[in-house]
Design a protein around this ligand. Structure first.
Ligand code: G3H
Ligand code: ZN
Length: 282
């Protein structure tokens, strides 16, 4: 099955009580690796490009997005495209044209009232374009350039506030703070499973776990069983990628062709994607 939509993949996972993993893409090799890893596991996947990745690509979203969409069209499992952690409405407005079926609008670092106001406007616009919109309440720490105050340990999403937030903003999915943190290179996070259960009971839209690279496999499976649906993974792929590049270049000063170290990096990421997808089975 080729390019599909985030809405469909999340809906199917929700009905089946499974998860759908969303992997962050920085380079074309990341995207090739995710498509290969998903095929090896026989599982669907979401390819997501973050606003930070767009900034890395000199503020241009369409070149990478269109290449990734083309890869998704040729994939052996269902693959959707998602624009991740968008704070800039100008970028959000490019999402549909660039080929994304969904986006995450990130006002999670703002106070509640301002988050509601900004996200309501973003959701109204996104729905007018036929886009599925995710938003964040409770703030998952560890994002680059985030305000220092928002990194406070122990920040959690309050279920009652979450219900109110979803009702007022009209978002399609909610990223919640339940103990994970972005950019962890060790898998040592422990999640608040009781809170996940309470959020699942209360909140009428699918729940999203950010910062999943730092969460051990069994914790991830418990989170899925408790009702977490979209599982966002980025750093784990970069760890695999960079370790492989280091391994290829160590003691090889004569290597100049990037393919010599990018091909092993792509294989390492594909293996990481396959293993993570299989580990998420509940
Ligand atoms: O939105 C992206 C994810 O939250 C990725 O987080 O890089 O810590 O796995 P991670
Ligand atoms: Zn995230």
């Amino acid at each position: 099955m080729p390019l599909t939509s985030t809405r469909d993949l999340v809906a199917r996972a929700t009905v089946d009580g499974r998860s759908i993993a969303a992997f962050n893409v920085i380079t074309l090799e990341h995207a090739e690796a995710v498509v290969d890893g998903a095929a090896a596991a026989g599982r669907p996947a979401i390819l997501q490009i973050s606003e930070n990745a767009v900034r890395y690509h000199q503020d241009r979203v369409t070149p990478l997005a269109r290449a990734v969409a083309e890869l998704a069209r040729g994939a052996r499992t269902g693959v959707a495209l998602h624009l991740d952690h968008v704070t800039d409405m100008t970028l959000l407005r490019q999402a549909a044209d660039a080929g994304f079926s969904s986006a995450m609008y990130d006002a999670g670092a703002l106070p509640f009232a301002e988050n509601v106001e900004a996200t309501t406007a973003a959701a109204r616009w996104a729905h007018g374009e036929g886009l599925w919109l995710e938003a964040e309440l409770g703030y998952v720490g560890g994002k680059p350039d985030a305000p220092a105050s928002a990194h406070a340990e122990g920040v959690r999403t309050d279920p009652e506030e979450a219900v109110d937030y979803v009702r007022r903003t009209g978002v399609d999915a909610l990223a919640v703070a339940v103990g994970s943190s972005h950019a962890m290179t060790e898998r040592s996070a422990s999640l608040d499973h009781a809170l996940i259960g309470r959020l699942r009971q209360a909140v009428p839209v699918p729940l999203v776990l950010h910062g999943s690279s730092g969460v051990p496999d069994e914790e991830l499976r418990r989170a899925v069983r408790a009702g977490m649906t979209k599982i966002n993974i980025g750093t784990a792929l970069n760890v695999a990628f960079t370790e492989a590049v280091r391994g290829s270049l160590a003691g090889a000063p004569a290597v100049t062709d990037p393919r010599k170290y990018l091909a092993p990096a792509r294989e390492a990421v594909a293996a990481a994607v396959r293993d993570l997808l299989l580990a998420l089975d509940v």
